[in-house]
Design a protein around this ligand. Structure first.
Ligand code: HMG
Ligand code: MG
Length: 302
């Protein structure tokens, strides 16, 4: 299949990235980060998560973040919701798009949202119904699509079942999460092939963590199969609080470099993105982790 001409990056740094960073990050810094990311040309920026602060204290300021961001036209600011309570809070905060999150692994589902996969899908049905009534779009996540930190291997058919259930429930797009970044291109290809029997390729997104450095290779494999939406995190921030040792998402700037090299338009200004990666990494007391950010910054000083 020819490579797509355009791709969309869903920037998840403010949520997936910062939910797992140890240094405290103020709501004001998160708000500034989201504004800077919009300045880079990103059109989907996952802003925060309306989850239990007991489970993820880093997202306890979700309402303050949503109240502080400047909403630009043409930019979506989705937020994570684990249940009806989360959706109600998200709607009260003016969210125009939300995301529900399930897993292809029973063990991970219990650790992350304290219920079985089946129970989680039941829990999401009223969330989807309420969101539809409020005319709010819902994205669906499936975690552990290429491996689970607790149970190891995950069968592609389990991924396809959960992805299919989320689509049938009304999710407009299904994001496939390699939560612990153990996937490799051939495994990614085989998983997508099976999932595509239940969910059209145009409705799939790749959400690859870069723990083993394979995320860019997995994105390339996904592009070759016709997937054109990828989640990424500026500066490669973060990980997952319920997947010990998982490193951040693939860095947004690495994805932009890949796409530009392939002649695929994603509408993102790489230089501004590198500046943003350097800025937020500085706020966390370190240099940006991604190779592309480091290389672009080094080139500027020579
Ligand atoms: P629970 O303990 O089973 O449920 O948690 P509960 O109903 O007993 O609630 C526990 C407490 O949280 C109660 O407070 C509730 O009121 C409160 P208490 O009475 O003890 O004071 N509560 C809430 N507070 C704020 N907002 C809410 C909410 N709901 C309940 N929405 C629950 C179940 C689902 C709430 C919990 O497990 C949870 O919040 N989990 C979220 C975990 C999480 O955010 N993980 C990271 C995101 S997923 C991810 O990163 C993967 C992804 O990136 C894709 C990938 O990489 O694979 C998406
Ligand atoms: Mg993730």
């Amino acid at each position: 299949m020819p490579l797509p001409k355009k791709a969309r990056i869903v920037e998840v740094g403010p949520r997936d990235g910062l939910q797992n960073e140890k240094p405290p990050v103020s709501a004001a810094t998160k708000i500034e980060l989201i504004g800077r990311l919009a300045d880079c040309g990103l059109t989907a920026i996952e802003a925060t998560a309306f989850v239990s602060p007991k489970w993820v204290p880093q997202m306890a300021d979700a309402a303050a973040v949503m109240a502080g961001i400047e909403r630009r036209s043409g930019v979506a600011y989705p937020v994570l919701v684990p249940n009806q309570r989360g959706l109600e809070a998200a709607l009260a905060a003016g969210a125009g798009e939300v995301a529900v999150f399930a897993a292809a692994s029973e063990a991970f589902s219990r650790k992350n949202i304290n219920c079985t996969v089946k129970e989680s899908l039941e829990r999401f049905k009223p969330v989807l119904a309420m969101a539809k009534e409020a005319r709010v779009k819902v994205r669906g996540y499936v975690s552990c699509v290429l491996g689970c930190p607790y149970q190891g291997a995950v069968a592609p058919v389990a991924v396809a079942d959960v992805a299919g259930a989320l689509l049938e429930m009304g999710c407009y797009e299904i994001s496939l999460g390699d939560t612990i970044g153990t996937g490799t291109p051939e495994k990614t290809r085989a998983m997508i092939e099976l999932v595509a029997r239940r969910v059209p390729l145009k409705k799939l997104a790749g959400h690859y963590h870069d723990t083993f450095g394979m995320a860019i290779a997995n994105i390339y494999a996904s592009l070759q199969m016709g997937v054109s939406v990828f989640d990424a995190s500026v500066g490669g921030l973060g990980g997952c609080p319920y997947a010990n040792g998982a490193s951040g998402n693939v860095a947004s700037e690495d994805v932009v470099w890949l796409l530009q090299g392939l002649g695929i338009d994603c509408g993102v200004d790489l230089d501004r993105l590198v500046d943003t990666a350097a800025w937020i990494s500085g706020q966390l007391g370190r240099a940006p982790g991604s190779k592309v950010a480091q290389a672009v910054l080094a080139r500027r000083t020579t």
